[in-house]
Design a protein around this ligand. Structure first.
Ligand code: PGA
Length: 255
């Protein structure tokens, strides 16, 4: 049985008080879905505050960083290390979110170094992959996702594979209100699992949680979560309202 993960990416939003309120506002829903993992990704500034809420809250509520840098310390102005995230109470970290790739020029090579640094520090790396609209229209979806997986996971040691989560987030669906259909999501998720079987091992392929992200909301979450190879959702905009995100946490059949 794979874990179901409901993750909220708050991006560049929330003051400390707003972040704490939002985290407290989803605690009841997390309690109502004890077999699901709820992971909140606040901005760096709110990690410690939300980390404290998570520590005192339900056991299935976790906090993670939205990004990290691979060096342990040094002259890297503006960057944050894996150990610093752990220090703030993080269990997870996003790597290679499409906004990092497309707005800030993050390369495939950088995602590989970040994944290695994250898992070596004991974090769960939530590796984001996904194609642009032009790439989908050119029939390159599978090739793009496989290239991103190769770069991100190529140097991950076999004993660290249990610390990997994949998030398939088609760039054309992020923040656009346009969600992939469950068939589109299933097709890519199955391809990701097949890639994992071929490049890692069958056990990893069966166990790796693969999340869908891109305009997930309280209305479409249940259907996506019921899709065979969709093991959870990574939610942006709809995670910023506690009541809405609570409905996503408890959407569909709670197993
Ligand atoms: P969205 O963002 O739900 O607002 O489309 C998803 C994400 O960027 O992770």
């Amino acid at each position: 049985m794979r874990a179901t993960i409901i993750a909220g990416n708050w991006k560049l939003n929330c003051t400390l008080d707003e972040a704490e309120r939002l985290a407290r506002g989803v605690m009841d829903a997390a309690l109502d879905a004890p077999h699901r993992q709820v992971v909140l990704f606040p901005p760096f500034t709110a990690l410690e505050r939300v980390g404290k809420v998570a520590r005192l809250g339900p056991a299935n509520l976790f906090v993670g960083g939205q990004d990290l840098y691979w060096a342990e310390n040094g002259a890297y102005t503006g960057e944050v290390s894996a150990a610093q995230l752990v220090d703030c109470g993080c269990r997870h970290v996003l790597v290679g979110h499409s906004e990092r790739r497309h707005l800030f020029g993050e390369t495939d090579e950088a995602t590989g170094k970040k994944v290695t640094a994250a898992v070596e520090a004991g974090l769960v790396a939530v590796v984001c992959v996904g194609e642009t609209l032009a790439e989908r229209q050119a029939g390159q979806t599978k090739a793009v996702v496989e290239r991103q997986l190769t770069a991100a996971l190529g140097s991950c040691k076999p004993e660290r594979r249990a610390q990997i989560v994949i998030a398939y987030e088609p760039v054309w669906a992020i923040g656009t209100g346009e969600t992939a259909t469950k068939e589109q999501a299933q097709e890519v998720h199955a391809a990701i699992r097949a890639w994992m079987a071929g490049h890692c091992d069958a056990d990893t392929a069966n166990r790796v949680p693969i999340l869908y992200g891109g305009s997930v909301n309280a209305t479409n979450a249940a259907e996506l979560l019921a899709t065979r190879d969709v093991d959870g959702v990574l939610v942006g905009g709809a995670s910023l309202d506690a009541a809405t995100f609570a409905r996503i946490i408890t959407a569909g059949r709670l197993g």
